[in-house]
Design a protein around this ligand. Structure first.
Ligand code: PLP
Length: 400
């Protein structure tokens, strides 16, 4: 890995070198991903599937090769288990809609956690309004770890699904997915994993994890925006109805009756983002060439270093202090509003995120309106964390 693979990292903001620590929101793109998008539009572009002409065949091959690339990246057993979506949010909405139709009746229960992103809360609430399901949330301890004892007590014979983030986008907590899969399955429930914050950071193997479904976003994994993935076990996906209707997802249409395509196309109505899928595959190739283990090791070092350096700052409150934590540090400083801190750091060239991080129930859990969040990627360095700490100390002086 070379920082120069990422052209944007060499730019300045307000005349200062850019220190980009907002990677949980989106990652920057390596040149190979940017080139893949331009090259496909320059020399291949044609709509995929069903086309008989040369370009369409080539575009289809790239698109389906991307599906195979995603399959190997997360170790799914078959490409029929890889559904392309617009991102984690759409994957989770697909689940609430289609899994909801197939498997959930009034009074059935879905369990989420207090640390979920809104995209793993709101679709279930919308389903609750439509169908009368029951939504429960597992509490978390002060350090940001899941209360597993309490989780066990939430299951009843009506519990159908446990839906949890692999890594919290605020606390960085890495949830014990294999253990959660065993707990869910022991209660005859399925496990859905929101892997938006794990797939970019360490090896994710859906078979080893034992999950039934898993969702992630391309743009958080150094790929383009607007493309994402839902993995599902084939036997379950087979039982689920289509999510949207239109072209690509049908076998045969008459006014009397329509039959649907086989997996995975049944879930992919309309022209897919075939340029996005190819560019995503290029991003995954890029990551594999570096090695996900290597990326994890580097980001674990950055996380531990950042936690240690941030803790040196007077009046700084850290959120999410579990030992199993990855790539995210959330904090507040007594007496400084998170928005003020973020805005002033920005003037010093440091990009962090402030606010509720699409996790308002989690903010309520900690009794705050918002937090500051620094989040790391493979290209970040200890020097950038030093720059963050120095800038926070400088801003703090303005308030004390
Ligand atoms: N889940 C988690 C844990 C996230 O961090 C995010 C984005 O920040 C999402 C879901 C939603 O991802 P997207 O906006 O790419 O659909």
């Amino acid at each position: 890995m070379n920082r120069s693979d990422f052209p944007i990292l060499s730019r300045t903001v307000y005349g200062k070198p850019l220190v980009y620590l907002d990677n949980a929101a989106t990652t920057q793109k390596p040149q190979c991903v940017i080139d893949a998008i331009a090259e496909e539009y320059c020399s291949v572009n044609a709509n995929v599937h069903r086309g008989v002409h040369f370009l369409s065949t080539q575009a289809t091959e790239l698109h389906e090769a991307a599906r195979e690339r995603v399959r190997t990246f997360i170790n799914a057993t078959s490409t029929t288990e890889i559904i392309f979506t617009r991102g984690t949010t759409e994957s989770l909405n697909l689940m609430a809609s289609s899994y909801g139709d197939a498997f959930l009746k009034e009074g059935d229960e879905v369990i989420v956690t207090e640390m979920e992103h809104h995209s793993n809360i709101v679709p279930w609430q919308m389903l609750r309004e439509r169908k009368g399901i029951i939504l429960k949330a597992v509490p978390i301890a002060d350090d940001g770890s899941l209360d597993l004892e309490k989780l066990e007590t939430l299951f009843t014979p009506r519990t159908r699904l446990l839906s949890v983030c692999h890594v919290s986008n605020v606390l960085g907590t890495m949830n014990p997915i294999r253990q959660l899969a065993d707990i869910a399955h022991a209660h005859n429930a399925h496990l859905l994993v929101d892997a938006a914050q794990s797939v970019p950071h360490f090896p994710v193997d859906v078979q080893a994890l034992g999950c039934d479904f898993l969702a992630f976003s391309g743009h958080k994994v150094y790929g383009p925006t607007g493309i994402g993935v839902l993995y599902g076990r084939e036997a379950l996906l087979d039982m689920m109805p289509p999510y949207q209707g239109g072209g690509e997802m049908i076998a045969r249409v008459t006014f009397e009756r329509t039959t649907y395509e086989r997996l995975p196309f049944k879930f992919e109505a309309g022209t897919p983002d075939y340029v996005g899928t190819h560019a995503l595959a290029v991003a995954l190739d890029y990551l594999s060439a570096i090695g996900m283990e290597h990326i994890h090791e580097h980001e674990q070092d950055l996380t531990a270093y950042a936690m240690q350096r941030l803790a040196e700052i007077p009046d700084l409150q850290l959120y999410g202090t579990t030992p199993t934590k990855d790539a995210v540090c959330a904090f507040n400083i007594n007496g400084i509003h998170h928005l003020d801190l973020g805005t002033l750091l920005d003037r010093l060239g440091i990009a962090i995120r402030t606010g509720h991080h699409c996790a308002q129930p989690l903010m309520a859990r900690y009794g705050v309106e918002g937090m500051c969040r620094a989040s790391f990627a493979l290209y970040n360095t200890r020097e950038e964390i030093d720059a963050l700490v120095a800038a926070i100390l400088r801003v703090r002086k303005m308030f004390v």
